[in-house]
Every structure is written in C-alpha cells, then in structure tokens.
Design a binder for this molecule. Structure first.
Ligand code: FES
Length: 161
C-alpha cells in the first residue's frame, strides 16, 4: 500500500477501537500535562491532584506517567532555561568551564533556578551539532561555538528578560 492510499481517519478509528480505557486515559494524561506545563512552566502538585480526581486515575499513576517523560517538570522553572551540552565534543571544548561560568554569574548550580525565576541551569547530553561545540541551548535555541564574548551577550540577553 502506498502512503497516499492510507485512510487516516479509518486508521485512527481502528486504533481507537483497540485501545483500552487505561490507554485512552494515559493519552489524555499526556495531553493534560502538556496543557498544564504550558500554563505553569511545570506540573504543580495541585494541578496533578485535580487531574487525578477528574480522570479517576490514582495520583501515583499520574506521577509515574509524567515522570516517564523527560520533558515534564515537577519544580518551577525559570523564564529562561539554559542547557549546557556535556556531550564528549562539548566537554572536550570547554563545556565544564561554560557551566561554571553560568553558575558563578547567576549564583546557582546545575539543576537549580534563580530566586527571581530568571534562569534555570541544566545540562544535557549531545544535542546533535558537535561540529559547533561547545554548544548550549537557551530556551530551545541552539547556540554553538560559545566564546567568552558570546557568553557575555547571552548573559546580558537573559538579564534583560
Ligand atoms: S557533544 Fe555537544 S553537540 Fe554533540
């Protein structure tokens, strides 16, 4: 069968028929997590409790589903999120120093958020553009070849938001 010949509505219909109630609820949970996180920037406990009640899913299952996915967060995150790539290429080209510089500049360690909520500092594995090492991401934007000059510009930009 060619891709053009696939009847998507029919395919989804069939999938819907074979999903169990549990699988359907799991799908709803993920959709709800995305909406909650979009609004709060993380998943507040109160919202998860409400969700658990509304969907009649035990809170422990709500948490275990959310924690399965790396991109859902349980703690408040800053308005800006800097992730320093610690993959091999970036490590070799000074990622540790960049991480240290952000730590010193904002007074937080990896995994922490500044008190004024301006920045969350994280590390990440290879982001797939090793040729531009050292690489960081700022709010999903990939920035390569981070030099001290670029670092200062990035810091200024974060402080201005
Ligand atoms: S190691 Fe940093 S982008 Fe690959």
């Amino acid at each position: 069968m060619r891709v053009e010949d696939i009847d998507i509505d029919r395919a989804i219909g069939k999938i819907g028929e074979v999903l169990t109630e549990k699988q359907k609820k799991r799908g709803l949970l993920i959709h709800a997590f995305q909406q909650i996180q979009k609004e709060h920037n993380y998943l507040p406990e109160e919202e998860l409790k409400k969700l658990s009640k509304k969907l009649n899913v035990p809170l422990a299952d709500v948490y275990s589903t959310a924690s399965f996915y790396k991109h859902f967060y349980f703690n408040p995150r800053g308005r800006n999120v800097v992730s320093v790539c610690m993959g091999t290429a970036c490590h070799v080209r000074g990622a540790g120093k960049i991480l240290e510089s952000f730590s010193e500049e904002f007074g937080i360690k990896e995994g922490e958020t500044t008190e004024d909520m301006s920045l969350t500092l994280e590390t990440v594995g290879c982001v797939g553009c090793c040729g531009l090492a050292p690489v960081i991401t700022v709010n999903e934007e990939v920035i390569g070849e981070v030099t001290p000059k670029k670092f200062s510009e990035i810091v200024d930009n974060i402080r201005s938001k």
